[in-house]
Design a protein around this ligand. Structure first.
Ligand code: FAD
Length: 528
């Protein structure tokens, strides 16, 4: 018999991993060997608009994990099953074939994933009651959030639909008893050496994690680019966090790899490190003022508990959560809490996983169907410099600054009046950190269809947003080199001081819509 830990797309790590630690414990208690299983499912990637860069990122990490696990005499066995609907039955067949006694995994909160796991549990229960099929134990554990969904509820035991009261409740729990929430969940212990000769495991050690998944691989140049920007492997996540917690903010109009040389140590990390200055630095897109940990958190190369433990080390192992004090640590912790918040929303209102708005009142907003505008937005040719810079950065690096995500999504939904589902999908196809909860939450926030107490008339003015978030225009000059020669405020809205002819001569474009007219149109459409 064997114990199987099913590694998913969101827990690709060997440390501080609830399901893996539990599986390892069960295996030790019963003196059984442990198998780590990962299922590649291209049809699942397609159904969930996965970015090929994200799949490549995961494959690179899996190859690294496979080598690490081999040192512990544990096989990482990967299977490619294209048809996602048949994953439960195929998996159960395999468990029977291996005579597995237990299947253990971490919960994923998206509706398709919950249904898949429910099917597995139901089929197993049926078999255990005397039916056909695999009869082992199935266990799915909550690991992805700091506070699991269902634990932050109103006095009436209802889920919160607004962040601020939710956060008061979340932070009261977490700061009162940090160890209950951020303690290390443990990792994996080695198999007995004899596992190498076990009839089920032996062939698995010969098995290699594929280098590429057909239909989801990158061309050689992009592969190199991604390996440089987003390295995987031992110590990367801790180093990304160390730089955020212990080194100074740098002026940096473009995003350098998280491990770039030249980081300067902060004298007093609580004050002059990136996290120390996060309360103000995080909204300036021409500074390297945020952590860049999102791809690693989204794919679970590091746990959210771990990032908060590292943060608490700067504060006598406490978690400051009162962001009203302007404390950088508290502000950052509240951003990590947004990640939990959107998972809680996903669980409490599963319709948001199914393409429906959170706020049903806005289910029938009339969107424009304009392929030219959609393409111009994707290509960074809208004539709004901050939007164009951000969209080009996304394409080049698989990442976009949070403030820019808000700005480009706002232009998309309010000024271009394009359906937010299209923008949401394009982001998933491009982002390395693409995550249904956070991405859907961000898009619905911008489209005013989501969990936001502000009414639909929040419409950003692109020029003032640009002036605030890129005050010297360096971010724009880097990503939109056509505008390099523009001085002062002209960079934010070239058409305010230049003729169409002059703008076109630079190789740039006029704004594709007029702010005042489209603002009125958006207000009217939402009101309807
Ligand atoms: P930091 O500022 O260092 O924040 C630390 C961590 O907190 C992030 O890594 C992330 O895990 C979490 N976080 C921060 N802000 C948010 C937020 N608003 N919502 C949820 N989690 C947050 N984040 C994703 O991880 N995946 C997505 O697919 C995604 N799509 C987005 C789409 C839109 C339209 C918007 C407005 C935001 C989206 N975000 C998404 C949230 C946010 O933009 C990114 O998490 C952030 O830019 C990542 O950079 P960082 O790690 O340097 O962030």
């Amino acid at each position: 018999s064997v114990v199987v830990y099913w590694m998913r797309n969101k827990d690709l790590r060997l440390t501080d991993n609830r399901a893996l630690a539990h599986a390892s414990g069960v295996a030790k208690t019963h003196s059984l060997p442990l198998i780590v299983l990962y299922v590649f499912s291209p049809s699942d990637y397609a159904a969930h608009d996965r970015s090929p860069r994200r799949i490549d990122f995961q494959v690179r990490q899996l190859r690294y994990l496979s080598a690490e696990l081999a040192k512990l005499d544990i096989p990482l066995y990967t299977i490619e099953w294209s048809e996602r609907k048949s994953i439960p039955s195929k998996l159960l067949e395999k468990l029977e074939e291996w005579n597995a006694s237990a299947l253990i995994g971490n919960l994923e909160y998206e509706i398709d994933e919950l249904r898949r796991d429910t099917e597995i549990v139901q089929k197993t229960n049926k078999a255990r009651k005397g039916g056909e099929g695999w009869k082992g134990e199935t266990t799915f554990l909550a690991d992805f959030c700091v506070v699991p969904p269902g634990e932050v509820l109103t006095k009436q035991d209802k889920p919160y639909s607004v962040f601020s009261p939710w956060y008061r409740n979340w932070s009261a729990k977490v700061s009162a008893n940090p160890l209950d929430y951020i303690d290390d969940a443990g990792g994996v212990e080695a198999n007995d050496k004899s596992a190498r000769n076990h009839p089920v495991l032996k062939p698995m050690f010969e098995h290699k994690v594929p280098e590429k998944i057909k239909g989801w691989s990158l061309d050689a140049e992009d592969q190199k680019n991604m390996e440089h920007l987003w390295p995987v492997g031992e110590g990367v996540c801790e180093e990304v966090m160390r730089r955020f917690l212990k080194t100074k903010v740098r002026k940096q109009a473009f995003f350098e790899p998280p491990l770039h040389p030249g980081a300067q140590d902060a004298k007093d990390p609580k004050k002059d490190s990136k996290i120390g200055e996060y309360a103000t630095g995080r909204n300036n897109v021409s500074l390297d003022g945020t952590s860049h940990i999102s791809p690693y958190l989204a794919a679970g190369f590091i746990s959210p508990r771990h990032v908060l433990r590292l943060t608490a080390e700067l504060s006598n192992n406490k978690l400051p959560t009162d962001k009203s004090t302007g404390n950088g640590l508290a502000t950052w912790i509240s951003e990590v809490a947004w990640r939990d918040f959107y998972q809680h929303v996903l669980c409490a209102w599963p319709r948001v996983s199914m393409g429906r708005p959170f706020n049903l009142k806005y289910e029938n907003v009339v969107w424009e169907h304009n392929d030219e505008h959609f393409q111009a937005w994707k290509d960074g040719r809208t004539g709004f410099p901050i939007v164009d810079a951000a969209m080009r950065a996304l394409k080049a690096q698989g990442y976009m600054h949070n403030r820019c995500r808000m700005i480009v999504a706002m232009l998309f939904t309010k000024q271009l009046m394009l359906d937010w589902h299209l923008g949401e999908r394009y982001f998933m196809e491009q982002l390395l950190d693409g995550d249904l909860g956070a991405n859907n939450g961000g898009w619905q926030w911008s489209a005013s269809t989501g969990c936001d107490p502000q009414p639909y008339f929040r419409i950003f003015n692109m020029t003032s947003q640009s002036e605030k978030s890129d005050p010297d225009g360096d971010y724009i000059r880097y990503w939109v080199p056509e505008l390099k020669s523009l001085k002062g405020k002209a960079i934010h809205e070239p058409s305010a001081s230049m003729s169409e002819k002059e703008i076109l001569k630079l190789g740039y474009v006029m704004p594709i819509v007029d702010h005042a007219t489209t603002r009125k149109r958006a207000l009217a459409r939402y009101k309807e």
